[in-house]
Design a protein around this ligand. Structure first.
Ligand code: CUA
Length: 387
């Protein structure tokens, strides 16, 4: 019987080996997805808040690693030293029993308190620093509203409203006032730091600041750059700069995973130029296709989507599209803002972003027909012309 079992074990071993290899390879692939300097890295901060949070993280990692190494070593030593060699003798007497050693216990308590202190002091320090604007800092104020599933950005002092993609000046603190238009969201731009929940009926805020080195045009690995068209160049993204990725980090319904945003980091003068551009009315269409697109937009889309900062009929619950063509992404940061993607977005929105509020009862909201290919082309042409 015993012999049979051993044979079974032996024959099972190649499988076990294969399983282990597959598991190891799987782990390797999984861990390769965890690049430390990725677009949404929290450990390579590009601003003072992100850096002080990352420092606290590393202190915690080092302290935890030391605890793991010491406790793990003692455990491994005990297992090796006191294991039973050969058959277990059930009649053997118990080893000598003791009731602890006060000195060792005091020492362990002291070490534990010291370790907690090493983590707690910088943590509390960061909590207060992140919750207080730097003195004499003249912050830029941005009111952020989270909606299912996109972000509205309003610059109350500058008269600018935009959606999903917003600009900030490098080297200056930005105070984000966070509101929700529906459910709980969470605002997070990992490379700048954060994050903060966006809760209905509660005034949360946080301040973040981007380093001057990452203003558009400078080169820092891992930070995405806009190309001249204002569209993301995925090929060179890992080597270029200017655009930081953000994400909603509180589960908020069907398309939570598609509730993204992009922060465009600009020099102070480029930022003021951006503000001037955003305050301009939407450009007039030039080509015939753009003209048709504008007409279609006016008839079918303008009920919800405002343009030209229409203060008489404000519709804050829908993205403002005045300068849609200047944004690098469509659908709240989920795909590059290209002609083909806009057509796909309008033509097949439920498939791209499930639960999208632009889609109801099996069709585009408030639209009883399907756009023809020509009409989709015209709408895409017009939307892209809105620089
Ligand atoms: Cu908004 Cu998750």
């Amino acid at each position: 019987m015993l012999k049979q079992k051993n044979e079974q074990n032996r024959s099972a071993k190649p499988w076990l080996k294969t399983l282990k290899t597959v598991a190891l390879l799987g782990l390797m692939f999984l861990s390769s997805g965890c690049a430390l300097d990725g677009f949404q890295s929290t450990v390579y901060g590009n601003g003072p808040v992100a850096r002080m949070q990352a420092e606290t993280f590393w202190i915690t990692v080092v302290v935890s690693a030391v605890i793991f190494a010491v406790v793990g070593s003692i455990l491994a030593y005990s297992i090796m030293k006191f294991r039973v060699d050969g058959e277990l003798d059930k009649d053997a007497p118990l080893p000598e029993q003791s009731h602890g050693d006060p000195l060792t216990e005091l020492l362990v308590v002291f070490i534990s308190v010291a370790l907690v202190g090493i983590i707690a002091v910088p943590s509390i320090n960061v909590v207060f620093k992140a919750g207080t604007l730097p003195e004499d800092s003249n912050p830029l104020v941005v009111n952020v509203t989270g909606y299912q599933w996109w972000w509205r950005f309003e610059y109350p002092e500058l008269g600018v409203v935009t959606a999903n993609e917003f600009a900030i000046p490098a080297g200056r603190p930005v105070k984000f006032n966070l509101e929700s238009g529906d459910v709980i969201h969470s605002f997070w731009i990992p490379r700048l730091g954060g994050k903060m929940d966006v809760v209905p009926g509660q005034d949360n805020w946080l301040w973040l600041q981007a380093d001057e080195e990452i203003a558009r045009g400078k080169m820092i690995p891992g930070v995405v750059k806009n190309d001249n068209d204002g569209r993301e160049d995925a090929e060179s993204a890992s080597l270029s700069t200017g655009l930081l990725y953000g994400h909603c980090t509180e589960y908020c319904g069907d398309s939570h995973a598609f509730m993204r945003m992009r922060a465009l980091v600009l020099t102070e003068s480029d930022f003021m130029a951006w503000v001037d551009g955003q305050k301009e009315p939407a450009p007039q269409p030039i080509t015939d296709s753009e003209k048709l697109g504008k007409e279609l937009f006016g008839q079918n889309c303008a009920t919800c989507h405002t343009q030209n900062h229409d203060t008489a009929h404000p519709q804050p619950q829908y993205p403002d599209l005045t300068h849609f063509g200047s944004r690098s992404s469509v659908g709240a940061g989920i795909m590059p803002n290209t002609h083909a993607n806009i057509k796909e977005w309008i033509g097949d929105i439920e498939h791209i972003k499930h639960g999208n509020k632009m889609y109801e009862e099996g069709k585009l909201r408030g639209i009883d027909f399907e756009f023809t290919e020509q009409e989709l082309n015209a709408l895409a042409d017009y939307l892209l012309s809105l620089k």
